[in-house]
Ligand binder design. Structure first.
Ligand code: NAG
Ligand code: NAG
Ligand code: NAG
Ligand code: NAG
Ligand code: NAG
Ligand code: NAG
Ligand code: NAG
Ligand code: NAG
Length: 437
């Protein structure tokens, strides 16, 4: 695992040095980033003690299982005497040391979070969540992770400390690019009784931004459409997520699936996908379900096709005409996203805590569903030309592949109200069939 991560990290570093800096800009979350803050809280005989805080400022991209992996390169001969609330994956060569042995002597330490339930004396505030960090837009209180590190053979004043370099972040896979550490105004802390302020002796920040282009070659999810007014189901594009895994996929009715251990995640997180024509781990199905005088109703279903992964804290971001006129969302939480004043038709959906915030592994329970009611804006509303379908869909912060616009379910030209409501019935059945088979 460690070797693998290291190889991964160095491969990533190589890719990053070979490529020009990736333009990582997400128009729906222009200020999203992960910020690492190092607060020096005390000087020691041969170095300093720092609290490292990771804040996820991204609205809808979280760090899921198996959590973050953070690396950097020391500028001098620094060693890590001890860490509370995290650990390095390798100690490295500490043979020079007699008596006290450092926790890590590597020039390029790799740090991971501890798992929940570690002994109390190894814990630190906001630590020990297995490296899982929530998205800012979903749960700001859980969008932070922290540990404390004691560093030796380092500078012992703010004039002699040299900032660590070359930060790398896996969250949990590649995709993040971290900038250089920058000295920023010292953080101030309020004592618990809020009667006294203290301040860090020195603070530096590192900002990491995400680019889907760096994260993966192919999309990770695709979108299919249906509507009450046309029985055509516009399915996900063929090989939407690349068909490299086609050889190892498992048919939904395969006997292998009854074996125990089939769902056990692999150390390198290779998926075990159900065989589909799109070969995506995730499909989002959008169904325009019903037409009322002043409202219309749509149904969303997210289906997991990976037998080895439960998605915790999943998010779905949708850009859709008139989404600013959502009146009610059933069984998902919803939050509008307004990155700019001119983009007001975007929102994020996520599971309700303890109800459907876990999207289970592929199989009969591997889906979550919701319906939403939108009020018609009479000036713009139309069922024509695929208007009532989303323009953009993101699952867990990665953009999903949509079908080509000319294949969207088309409103029959002779559609009148009676045939519309008849079709509504017929296509509800079709919807059930698509989602459950
Ligand atoms: C990181 O995100 C925060 C919150 O959105 C923002 O205030 C800050 O400017 C961002 N930092 C950078 C370097 O973009
Ligand atoms: C440094 O990061 C912290 C969050 O970790 C943020 O609150 C602060 O604004 C950042 N400082 C600067 C100057 O960007
Ligand atoms: C270092 O400390 C001195 C006072 O001890 C202070 O004036 C200076 O601003 C500090 N520099 C940094 C980079 O924090
Ligand atoms: C750190 O990154 C710089 C530029 O990205 C590179 O030249 C240097 O070799 C890296 N150092 C280490 C020790 O990886
Ligand atoms: C998914 O979660 C369920 C219930 O917590 C558990 O039984 C199952 O083993 C998990 N599957 C995977 C692939 O982790
Ligand atoms: C939403 O954005 C559109 C342009 O993209 C603008 O014309 C409209 O006034 C905005 N609506 C609101 C309520 O801000
Ligand atoms: C749609 O939403 C916008 C602002 O969000 C509001 O100004 C407008 O009145 C709404 N339209 C309807 C039909 O509710
Ligand atoms: C339904 O939509 C499809 C795809 O856009 C279109 O080819 C077909 O003509 C439509 N059916 C009717 C009855 O209009």
């Amino acid at each position: 695992m460690t070797k693998c991560l290291l190889a991964f990290a160095s491969a990533l570093a190589l890719v990053l040095t070979l490529l020009p800096p990736a333009v990582s800009y997400d128009p729906l979350d222009p200020n999203g980033n992960i910020t690492l803050k190092w607060d020096v809280v005390s000087w020691t005989a041969d170095g300093y003690v720092a609290v490292v805080t990771m804040n996820n400022f991204q609205m809808y991209r979280h760090i899921g299982i198996p959590g973050w992996t953070l690396g950097w390169v020391w500028a001098k001969k620094e060693v890590i005497w001890s860490i509370v609330g995290a650990q390095t994956t390798e100690q490295g060569d500490c043979s020079k040391f007699k008596g006290n042995i450092p926790h890590c002597c590597k020039k390029d330490p790799i740090v991971v979070d501890l798992l929940p339930g570690v002994p109390y004396n190894q814990q630190f505030a906001n630590c020990c969540k297995g490296g899982v960090v929530a998205a800012w837009g979903q749960d700001p209180s859980a969008s932070v992770s922290a540990f404390q590190v004691s560093i030796g053979q380092a500078g012992t004043s703010n004039k002699t400390v040299v900032l660590p370099k070359n930060f790398t972040l896996l969250g949990p896979g590649p995709g993040y690019t971290c900038g250089p550490a920058k000295i920023v105004p010292s953080t101030t802390f309020l004592t618990p009784d809020k009667r006294r302020k203290t301040q860090a002796l020195m603070t530096w920040n590192v900002t990491c931004t995400y680019s889907q282009f760096l994260a993966r070659k192919n999309p990770n999810c695709c979108v299919s459409f249906s509507s009450f007014y046309n029985e055509t189901i516009t399915s996900c594009p063929n090989c939407a997520c690349g068909c490299q895994n086609k050889k190892t996929c498992v048919k939904a009715d395969s006997k292998i699936l009854t074996k125990t251990g089939i769902n056990t995640p692999k150390k390198d997180n290779t998926p075990l996908l159900q065989c589909t024509h799109h070969m995506c781990p995730i499909r989002v199905h959008w169904h325009v379900k019903q037409n009322y005088k002043d409202y219309w109703r749509a149904k969303i279903a997210i289906t997991n096709f990976d037998y080895r992964l439960n998605y915790t804290l999943w998010t779905l971001v949708v850009q859709h005409p008139n989404l600013n006129n959502v009146t009610q969302v059933f069984s998902f939480d919803y939050k509008p996203l307004v990155p700019y004043e001119s983009i007001n038709d975007t929102g994020m959906f996520y599971g309700m805590k303890f109800y459907n915030d876990l999207l289970m592994e592929a199989g009969p329970s591997g889906n979550v569903q919701s319906e939403l009611l939108l009020q018609k804006d009479k000036n713009t509303f139309s069922f024509k030309q695929g208007w009532a379908f989303p323009r953009k869909v993101y699952f867990n912060g990665d953009e999903c592949l949509l079908p080509p616009p000319d294949t969207y379910p088309y409103l029959p030209s002779s559609a009148d109200r009676i045939s519309l409501s008849f079709l509504a019935l017929a296509t509800s059945l079709v919807f059930l069939v698509t989602v459950f088979l």
